[in-house]
Design a binder for this molecule. Structure first.
Ligand SMILES: [Zn+2]
Length: 93
């Protein structure tokens, strides 16, 4: 069985999330990885965005990461959501 890459897993998780209703991120919240305030973030777009799925206009998207069975859920900006696990761990506050 082919092992899924981190990106594939994230895309799967995003695919799942489209089917369920998720809570909106805190309005005055921050990216839980880089700590940038939503005021300073660029919204997710459609065309050319690294993400599959329609997050147009969203500032933070809830992302699930699996670290050897430990599931981490965090609100992440478009710069952080594409990080691999190693870069994520380096950057996370
Ligand atoms: Zn971020």
């Amino acid at each position: 069985m082919k092992k899924k890459s981190t990106k594939e897993k994230i895309l799967d998780a995003l695919e799942d999330k489209k089917k369920i209703s998720i809570n909106p991120p805190p309005r005055d919240g921050k990216c839980e990885v880089c700590g940038k305030n939503v005021k300073d973030l660029k919204p997710f777009g459609k065309e050319g965005d690294p993400l599959v799925g329609n997050f147009d206009g969203a500032l933070l998207v809830k992302t699930y990461r699996d670290f050897a069975g430990w599931i981490s859920a965090s609100w992440e900006c478009r710069d952080c959501i594409i990080l691999n696990d190693k870069d994520y761990l380096k950057k996370v506050k």
